[in-house]
Design a protein around this ligand. Structure first.
Ligand code: ADP
Ligand code: ADP
Ligand code: MG
Length: 499
């Protein structure tokens, strides 16, 4: 059985730090990689060794698989953990790691390949009794043919990029007359964002919940599910608030979804940690969406309610150990909520914001976990995902976890940059959220910027009074103009990034 003594983490930011923390607790040495933009980042300091792999753009640094493998070999690492994003769902990278005689901490290249493409994933799971969203299971080649199918399924439909991810590459078509135009856009977007223009059709479930199941499997054929995460609070089809367990699942449906998720994992001979995503309609019918073959951003909520360290489990599985527990040993204990604190402006359509963290004070106290990799005075780099931190609260009940989260949000002090904190506070106190009934339409239906916490405005008002309206307005305008210039650069950069 291969023993892992040194792990190179092929990632940055909070997830790099998160992985190294577990490694350290297991007595495993760590190597960080970093781009020139991240030279002074906490993940670099935390590691036992660190190596610069190139200039800031991820295509010149964090995505350079071969260079990273070379560095792993030079520094005597025996395994590579890819984190999420970047190279984590790249089958050919996983294969190259193995070919270099190193351990890839994740599933096999085969599983990544099958599940990396939404269409091949659907084809693979068909025989495993997994319910699918009505739609096509082949890429669309003929528009008239596709239109016929769309009519059969019934509008609205969703055109999806087979290679899509991160909430990108999806277009809703409300009626037949929009079909061709949307189809063309979808294909060209998919081509430019993912280098693969293959698209397919799914019925657009109008008000679904997004509920996903965490699974773990070892290399000896044992598979378990670690219950669900409710991730319906999304903007741009991307999650901002997640919780475990879901407030609406019954024990029967939880078990049925868990078993379906294990079926999906079996369909691709899965081992490692993985997530099977489902959409759930208001009758609690569930349909398979896709499988993410990696550690998920929101994995901490599962860790809180199951008491398992998913990164440690990944490392043990990668070194060939059998799972040390079975399905019957797992149970849900308490309730956990995570909010993603993004450098984004909820008052301006969640556009990424940039700047310096002039104040940065984390919440503390019972039941609070912050996974981040920032400190006061640091800039939010424009090259990467604008997530600053994940704030997680844990308590014995959902009600208490919500109250704790609101308390923690109020303790979190961030200035110099717009964040999603005020938006998350709005969500957590909303009666629809509290009722547990909400779905993926929540933001669209209930959110208006004017409903955000008005504390900020009061602060601004008092500053205005102190300084005099004229001076304040002038400096604010200058600041705003500078910021807008930088933002335009940042946004164009962000859009260019490949998933
Ligand atoms: P998860 O499915 O784990 O909850 P997300 O779907 O939010 O997480 O994002 C998964 C990965 O995709 C993250 O590493 C994130 O950095 C990356 N990502 C998210 N949004 C984008 C985007 N717009 N463009 C490129 N990559 C993205
Ligand atoms: P990605 O790879 O970008 O994560 P997913 O297929 O997981 O793509 O979908 C992301 C989100 O888009 C889901 O969480 C859900 O909110 C929405 N979505 C996806 N498919 C459908 C559908 N058929 N009907 C309604 N909403 C959908
Ligand atoms: Mg998804």
């Amino acid at each position: 059985m291969p023993e892992i003594k040194k792990i190179l983490v092929a990632n940055r930011g909070e997830i790099s730090l998160r992985i190294m923390r577990s490694a350290k607790e297991m007595g495993i040495k760590t190597v960080a990689v970093f781009s020139e933009a991240d030279r002074f980042s906490p993940h670099v300091r935390f590691a036992d060794e660190a190596v610069c792999i190139g200039p800031p753009p991820s295509s010149s640094s964090y995505l350079l698989g071969e260079k990273i493998i070379e560095e792993a070999k030079n520094l005597g690492a025996d395994a590579i953990h890819p984190g999420y994003g970047f190279l984590s769902e790249n089958a050919s990278f996983a294969q190259k790691v193995q070919d270099a005689g190193l351990i890839f901490i994740g599933p096999s290249p085969f599983s990544i390949e099958v599940m990396g493409d939404k269409l091949s994933a659907k084809q693979a799971v068909k025989d495993f009794g997994v319910p699918l969203v009505p739609g096509t299971d082949e890429p669309i080649t003929s528009i008239p043919e596709a239109k016929k199918i769309a009519l059969e399924i019934g509008y609205p439909i969703l055109i999806k990029a087979s290679a899509g991810g991160g909430g990108k590459g999806m277009r809703i078509v409300e009626s037949e007359e929009d079909f061709e135009e949307q189809m063309q856009r979808a294909v060209s977007e998919a081509q430019s964002a993912f280098g693969n223009g293959s698209v397919f059709i799914e019925k657009f479930i109008t008000s679904p919940k997004h509920i996903e199941i965490q699974i773990l499997g070892d290399q000896h054929g044992n598979l378990v599910y670690l219950f669900e995460r409710e991730c319906s609070i999304q903007r741009r089809h991307q999650k901002v608030v997640e919780e475990a367990p879901s407030a609406t699942l019954t024990p029967e449906i939880r078990e049925a979804m868990g078993k379906a998720a294990v079926g999906v994992a079996k369909a691709c001979d899965y081992y490692g940690a993985g997530t099977v995503e489902f959409i759930v309609d208001n009758q609690l019918n569930f349909y398979f969406l896709e499988m993410n073959t990696r550690l998920q951003v929101e994995h901490p909520v599962t860790e809180m309610i199951t008491g398992k360290d998913l990164v440690k489990e990944q490392i043990l599985i990668a070194s060939g150990k059998p799972l040390s527990f079975g399905q019957d040993d797992l149970q849900i204990n308490g309730h956990a909520i995570e909010i993603r604190v993004y450098a984004e402006n909820p008052k301006n359509n969640f556009l990424p914001d940039i700047g310096k963290l002039s104040t940065y004070i984390r919440p503390q106290g019972p039941g609070v976990r912050v996974d981040d990799a920032f400190e006061k005075g640091m800039d939010i780099p424009i090259y990467y995902d604008p997530m600053i931190a994940k704030l997680i609260t844990f308590a014995e009940s959902r009600e208490k976890a919500i109250a704790r989260m609101i308390r923690a949000i109020d303790e979190y002090q961030i200035t110099g940059i717009e964040t999603t904190l005020s938006f998350c506070r709005f969500v957590l106190q909303h009666e629809e959220f509290i009722s547990g009934k909400f779905d993926t339409k929540f933001v669209e239906t209930f959110f208006e910027p004017k409903k955000l916490n008005i504390k900020l405005t009061q602060e601004e008002t008092s500053i205005t009074a102190a300084l005099g309206v004229m001076i304040f307005e002038k400096s604010r305008k200058n600041h705003q103009e500078n910021k807008e210039k930088k933002l335009a650069a940042a946004n164009s950069n962000w859009n260019k990034r490949k998933h």
